[in-house]
Write a protein that binds this ligand. Structure first.
Ligand SMILES: Nc1ccn([C@H]2C[C@H](O)[C@@H](COP(=O)(O)OP(=O)(O)OP(=O)(O)O)O2)c(=O)n1
Length: 154
C-alpha cells in the first residue's frame, strides 16, 4: 500500500516510511515527528516544572541561554571524534540514540523557555523567519548550492 509519509503508530510515535509520489520515491526513509506535544504544550509543562520548584528566580534569559548552550555542548560531545555520521545514525546503539534524544530535548526545553522569557512567540516567529529564508534563497537560484546569500552576485 502506498503511504503518505505521515504514518503515526498506535502509540502516537513518529515513523519512518517509504513515501511515493505517483510511484516515484520522494525521499528514502522519510521521517516525521509525532503531532504533539506542541511548542506551547512544552512551554507550559516546563513553566509548571519551574514553578513547582520555585526556580523562576534562576531562570532569567541569560541563565537560560547559558544552560541551552551547555546542552548544545552535550549534543556535540555525542558526535565528537566519530567522523561523518550518516542520516539515521545507522551505527549508533539504542542507548546512544536515547542519550541524543535526551540532550536534544534539553536544548529544546531551554530554547522554548528562553523564548517565553524573552516574549518571543516562537511558533509564529519561525513562520516569519522561514518566509524570509525563502525570499533570501529562492529555490530556482540556489538549487544544489550551499553558498551563503551574500556570495551571489546579482
Ligand atoms: N535549573 C534547572 C535544572 C534543570 N532543568 C531541567 C531542564 C533540562 O531539561 C534538564 C537539565 O538538567 P541537568 O542540568 O541536570 O542536565 P542534564 O540532564 O543534561 O544532566 P547531565 O549534565 O548530568 O548530563 O532539567 C531546569 O529546567 N532548570
Amino acid at each position: 500500500m502506498a503511504t503518505n509519509g505521515n504514518d503515526i503508530s498506535a502509540n502516537g510515535a513518529a515513523s519512518e516510511t517509504q513515501p511515493h509520489s505517483n510511484g516515484v520515491p520522494v525521499r528514502p526513509q522519510q521521517f516525521t515527528f509525532s503531532p504533539g506535544p506542541t511548542m506551547e504544550d512544552i512551554r507550559r509543562m516546563q513553566a509548571e516544572f519551574t514553578d513547582e520548584r520555585d526556580w523562576n528566580q534562576f531562570h532569567q534569559p541569560r541563565n537560560l541561554l547559558l544552560a541551552m548552550v551547555g546542552e548544545v555542548g552535550e549534543v556535540s560531545e555525542l558526535f565528537q571524534w566519530r567522523g561523518e555520521v550518516a542520516e539515521g545514525l545507522p551505527d549508533w546503539t539504542e542507548p546512544e540514540r536515547e542519550q541524543l534524544a535526551h540532550e536534544l530535548s534539553d536544548v529544546l526545553i531551554y530554547l522554548l523557555e528562553l523564548a517565553e522569557k524573552c516574549r518571543v512567540d516562537l511558533p509564529q516567529a519561525v513562520l516569519r523567519k522561514m518566509a524570509l529564508n525563502r525570499l533570501k534563497y529562492p529555490a530556482s537560484k540556489v538549487h544544489g548550492s550551499a553558498k551563503k546569500y551574500t556570495e551571489y552576485k546579482d
